[in-house]
Design a protein around this ligand. Structure first.
Ligand code: SF4
Ligand code: SF4
Length: 86
């Protein structure tokens, strides 16, 4: 069991042209641009949990790592608000 990547759409700036995570993810067809939302999106079953996308998105902090629920197969993301730093 390992954590996999989750993109927070409210922080991802793919619509402004950022593709860093997509370029650097070592797994093929794992993190791609969702052309409808214009946000990066992780294909959960392809993510190997290497953390590289978190590192390359350190400016925008749009990606965090989370465990997958064994029962539902869905990623477990706590809905917690973090203070916005100015
Ligand atoms: S590196 Fe971050 S901001 Fe850029 S496309 Fe990926 S998730 Fe979005
Ligand atoms: S954790 Fe690694 S394998 Fe998963 S999306 Fe990020 S860079 Fe790709």
């Amino acid at each position: 069991m390992y954590n996999i990547a989750f993109v927070d759409d409210s922080k991802c700036v793919a619509e402004k042209g950022c593709r860093l995570c997509i370029m650097y993810c070592p797994e093929s067809d794992c993190i791609n641009l969702d052309a409808d939302k214009m946000k990066a999106e992780v294909t959960l079953h392809r993510c190997k949990g290497c953390d590289l996308c978190v590192v390359v998105c350190s400016t925008h902090k749009a990606i965090t790592m989370h465990p997958v629920d064994d029962v539902t197969g869905k990623i477990k993301v706590e809905e917690k608000e973090t203070a916005v730093q100015s």
